[in-house]
Design a protein around this ligand. Structure first.
Ligand code: UDX
Length: 402
């Protein structure tokens, strides 16, 4: 069993740390935010993720899972350090590497053992090379460092399940022995392993996310055409999905993709394409189609009221960017609320988990009461069987029984 440190307690870092402790390793998660670390120490997850709190509490109890703000404290025992900090989108679409650079410097200045640094964050091709250089240039102890790329594919809301049942573990290493140690670290998960070099591993992550995002935009465009031609797009998706070369997953039409990954990762790979003189025209189109999907939905609602929603009460069911999460990043709901309110509508919303927006009501009834129209925006299970007594229902997720 290994002694591991994880920098960053966002979705990826926290779930990775907790699962590594669950499979027997000793893990210390590091975050700069003292308040967050204090909450984590009590076994409470700051994010809504089914199953996470239980695993945290259990592994804290058996002394396999620790939290700290102090890098040195975590690195004194560890010889494996994960980087799992954010790579937000910068103005030109490129990934912003500020937090990654900072993590590299923190590692260089605080490690005291020979260390394998594992990059979990989604980073542009070449970043692992760069980070290895930054660490080596800033090292204060005389130790050996190898950087290994190990991109993460977990989905919010299914994060624990996804780590235990992932399709593959990608390991990109320049030094075979370092790659072997990362392989051992995850051996208890018994998942297929893809071994490659660092740059290819980095590209596998971006190319996978961009492909899935494109698949969603593709089915959304087909759905729009189906609607015009009285074709049932869900039957079309089922019929297509049975072809094993296509597969049914990610063929659910709706309001387009949101969240913390697809929007930023598609922009980041598109930026790489432009930068290297090979624009990714298909990905660029998928990005445009994704935004168009929200606009189209908004216009359906506006058109219904002949463009005048001033004073109309619009009920909104679902706010999170997808079910089983409280995440609002790039959520279509935020765009719709902003635009509808700009047009003078009063939006009343209900989400089973998101409760803090000014538009939030306590119950579905509160949303349906006196609503001039109802928009289904997130496909939470509890909405699926609901009978909505309102003739003006706009089902943005194709889930309601007619
Ligand atoms: C995604 C990837 O799936 C994961 O591998 C990666 O590590 C992070 O990004 P996540 O953003 O958590 O995960 O959610 P996911 O379930 O993939 O959904 C992404 C978006 O696509 C959501 O907005 C969802 O509503 C939308 N979507 C997904 C569709 O519109 N239709 C589909 O068929 C599937």
């Amino acid at each position: 069993m290994k002694n591991v440190a994880v920098i960053g307690t966002g979705y990826v870092g926290l779930v990775t740390g907790v699962v590594l402790s669950e499979i027997g390793h000793t893990v210390t998660c590091i975050d700069n935010d003292e308040q967050k670390v204090n909450t984590l120490k009590t076994g409470q997850s700051p994010i809504y993720e089914p199953g996470l709190d239980e695993l945290m509490a259990k592994n804290i109890d058996v002394n396999r899972l620790y939290f700290t703000t102090n890098h040195r404290e975590a690195f004194e025992k560890a010889n494996i350090v994960f980087i799992a900090v954010g790579t937000p989108q910068s103005d030109n679409g490129a990934a912003d590497l500020t937090y990654i650079q900072q993590a590299a410097k923190d590692i260089a200045q605080n490690i005291v053992n020979d260390t394998i640094v594992i990059m979990k964050s989604t980073v542009p091709v070449g970043t692992n090379d760069l980070i290895e250089t930054v660490i080596k240039e800033n090292l204060v102890s005389n130790v050996k460092v190898d950087v290994v790329s190990n991109p993460e594919f977990l989905r919010e809301g299914h994060a624990i399940y996804d780590i235990f049942h992932g399709d593959r573990i990608v390991i990109g290493a320049e030094v075979a022995e370092a790659g072997d140690i990362v392989e051992q670290l995850f051996s208890a998960l018994k998942l297929p392993i893809v071994r490659t070099n660092r740059r290819s591993a980095e590209m596998i992550k971006y190319a996978s996310n961009a492909f899935l995002a494109t698949k969603i935009s593709y089915i959304n465009e087909i759905a729009n055409l189906c609607e015009k031609m009285e074709v049932n797009v869900l039957d079309v998706a089922d019929g297509m999905g049975l072809d094993h070369r296509i597969g049914r997953a990610f063929l659910n039409p709706g309001l387009g993709y949101g969240g913390s990954c697809f929007p930023k990762d598609t922009e980041a790979i598109a930026y790489l394409g432009r930068k290297h003189g090979f624009p990714l025209t298909i990905v660029e189109s998928a990005i445009k189609a994704n935004f168009h999907q929200r606009e189209l939905f908004l216009h359906k609602v506006l058109d219904y009221f002949n463009g005048d929603v001033e004073g109309k009460i619009i009920g909104m069911l679902g706010l999170a960017f997808k079910p089983n999460t409280d995440d609002l990043r790039e959520a279509p709901s935020l765009y719709l609320i902003e635009e509808l309110e700009k047009h003078g509508a009063v939006v009343k919303a209900y989400d089973p988990v998101v409760k803090h927006l000014a538009q939030c009501m306590d119950s579905v009834e509160g949303v349906l009461d006196r609503a001039d129209a109802v928009l289904l925006v997130t496909e939470w299970d509890e909405f699926k069987e609901m009978k909505i007594e309102n003739s003006r229902v706009f089902d943005g997720r194709y889930i309601l029984k007619k």
